[in-house]
Ligand binder design. Structure first.
Ligand SMILES: NC(=O)c1ccc[n+]([C@@H]2O[C@H](COP(=O)([O-])OP(=O)(O)OC[C@H]3O[C@@H](n4cnc5c(N)ncnc54)[C@H](OP(=O)(O)O)[C@@H]3O)[C@@H](O)[C@H]2O)c1
Length: 228
């Protein structure tokens, strides 16, 4: 299964790509510019001190989306619609994992608050933008910081749950099984995609806590739930 990370040249996408590359998954970094994606691949190879990685490549967002079986969207909310519009024809029937958060910082405000989207959440907005492409949208990765993902040497185990929601049970299970391979991460099945409204807002809280406690690794653990 190939995983395309759109906007994978940014902090969150790079972190996700690094963790999955380490697990041996086939990763395609997507960017508006193929050369920038190739540069990100070079950087990851240097970081992992492995020049021979054959499970990682960089392409334009459009080509990455064509090749990927699972598409992960990691762009700022302002770039959500243009990015999805550019790949609409390539994602038909696929799983699209939305990691975006409607943070005020993206529209010039404080990063510790979210703004309201008409659709309810960024994930539901992704579903709306791609409504004609028959995709299965899964919301995930909102509450895991890019530092937790990227700092694999300092923190090999990520101390954070991944809150996952989707209207498609099968897609949600596929994504949860994949994410749970990342050391330390436990996925919590939050139910329908509308739950992303709450989950995305928790990101703003976590950023606030990271600032207050002068760290980059604040995360969430949900306790008391039986194993599924
Ligand atoms: N960073 C975190 O810790 C974190 C945690 C949880 C969730 N998130 C969410 O994940 C998403 C990505 O976060 P990030 O910190 O990785 O963002 P970022 O570094 O600012 O941007 C990620 C990538 O998006 C593309 N991009 C940026 N501006 C764009 C624009 N105006 N139009 C089209 N593409 C644009 C760029 O890729 P190219 O230039 O290569 O096209 C950039 O490398 C956001 O929605 C964020 O809220 C982030």
């Amino acid at each position: 299964m190939k995983i395309a990370v759109l906007g994978g040249t940014g902090d969150q996408g790079l972190g996700i790509a690094i963790r999955f590359v380490q697990l041996g998954e086939q990763i395609i970094i997507g960017s508006r510019k193929a050369e920038k994606a190739e540069k990100a691949v070079k950087d990851i190879k240097e970081l992992l001190e492995n020049d021979d990685l054959d499970n990682l490549k960089g392409l334009s967002n459009e080509d990455a989306a064509k090749e990927g079986d699972i598409i992960i969207l990691t762009v700022p909310i302002l770039a959500q619609k243009p990015t999805l519009d550019s790949v609409k024809d390539s994602v038909k029937g696929k799983i699209v994992v939305d990691a975006t958060v409607p943070l005020q910082s993206n529209i010039g405000g404080t990063p510790t608050t979210c703004f309201e989207l008409w659709e309810g959440s960024a994930a539901e907005r992704t579903a709306k933008i791609l409504k004609d492409a028959d995709v299965k949208v899964v919301s995930a990765f909102n509450n895991i910081s890019s530092s937790s993902l990227k700092d694999f040497d300092k923190k090999p185990e990520i101390d954070c749950d991944c809150l996952v929601s989707s209207d498609d049970e099968e897609a949600k299970k596929i994504v949860m099984d994949l994410i749970e391979r990342i050391p330390g991460v436990k996925c919590v099945d939050c139910g329908l995609l509308e739950q992303a409204r709450t989950v995305e807002h928790l990101t703003a809280l976590l950023i606030n806590l990271n600032i207050r406690y002068k760290t980059h690794y604040g995360g969430l653990r949900i306790t008391g739930l039986p194993d599924k």
